[in-house]
Design a protein around this ligand. Structure first.
Ligand code: CP
Length: 318
């Protein structure tokens, strides 16, 4: 006879909610997460602490300021606790040659969710295949950065009142910039937007993303001329030339400083428009622009807190 006292509990069939890339974010889920983020910002979703007793592991194989701190702050604000590897490459058993898969299996047996940043494209997908808990992609090399794209949408909607029928200029290193790759795909979920892809020829947006945009019948055009494109934009999304992704320092130096947003350029940006940047910035936005009310990048970084609260609540809530 079966001993019901010692029988293992029945397995639940609830699917694990991973967020490994923009493909996981359809319009309904985006709208749910943005509404939830707004509720957290307004304090109306905090009558209970939704993640009390839950433990999040933040596992970062690449440096970060905004993403790691905002996820950790979000988890604490939701009543949960955090285990953190801020330098997993040098200070975890990755330094002894442990595979990502083995590390994730083990970390997933201690924590209730994993936020992962890794230098390899597809790392979050690999992690999600073996993880017993939700995996959230916090940036996989030059692949994707879905929670950054969500906070970018949140910022655009908050600043401009809508996510459709906008002309958005994505400028800089579109080849290596995971934030623009993810943002372009999410903007295509909303009607009437036009993307202006502004980059030198060698730093154009990858064919994998432009093919997906074409399939979604997303209006877009490419140009290398930032000054010529700026006058009819609603959003200028400036990005860093990513030194760490180039094969040689000579190649990086060829592109460094290609676009600098300064007071002269800001005079040509419409009064209604905003200037965004995922940060960190180097020299591609003159700090004297920070005082311009259209400079939204520090407000944008702050919005990461509310959006990541919404993402953790969705992925890890009971
Ligand atoms: N925008 C962004 O991902 O910043 P961090 O690299 O500081 O996390």
């Amino acid at each position: 006879m079966r001993d019901t006292l010692t029988a293992p509990p029945a397995r639940t069939q609830v699917p694990i909610r991973h967020l490994t890339g923009p493909q996981a974010l359809d319009r309904a889920l985006i709208e749910h997460l943005l509404a939830r983020a707004a509720a957290f910002e307004q304090g109306v979703a905090m009558e209970a602490v939704p993640l009390s007793g839950r433990l999040l592991a933040t596992v970062f194989y690449e440096p970060s300021t905004r993403t790691r701190f905002s996820f950790e702050a979000a988890m604490h604000r939701l009543g949960g606790q955090v285990l953190s590897a801020e330098n997993a490459t040098g200070a975890s058993s990755a330094a002894k040659g442990e595979s990502l898969e083995d590390a994730i299996r083990v970390i997933g047996s201690y924590a209730d969710g994993i936020v992962l940043r890794h230098p390899e494209v597809g790392a979050a997908e690999r992690a999600a295949r073996v993880a017993p808990v939700p995996v959230i992609n916090a940036g996989d090399g030059p692949g994707s950065h879905p929670t950054q794209a969500l906070l970018d949408l949140y910022t655009i909607e908050k600043e401009l009142g809508r996510l459709d029928h906008l002309r958005i200029g994505l400028a800089g290193d579109l080849r290596h910039g995971r934030t623009v790759r993810s943002l372009a795909l999410l903007l295509a979920r909303f009607p009437g937007n036009e993307l202006v892809l502004i980059s030198p020829p060698a730093l154009r947006l990858g064919a994998d993303v432009t093919a997906a945009l074409n399939e979604a019948q997303q209006g877009m055009r490419e140009t290398a001329d930032l000054g010529g494109a700026i006058a009819d934009l609603d959003v200028l999304y400036q990005t860093r030339i990513q030194a760490e992704r180039f094969e040689s320092s000579e190649e990086y130096e060829r592109h460094r400083g290609v676009y600098v947003v300064n007071a002269d350029l800001m005079r040509r940006l419409p009064e209604r428009a905003i200037l965004m940047h995922p940060l960190p910035r180097l020299d591609e936005i003159d700090p004297r622009v920070d005082a311009d009310p259209r400079a939204a990048y520090f407000r944008q970084a702050r919005n990461g807190l509310w959006v990541r609260m919404a993402v953790l609540d969705w992925a890890m809530g009971r």
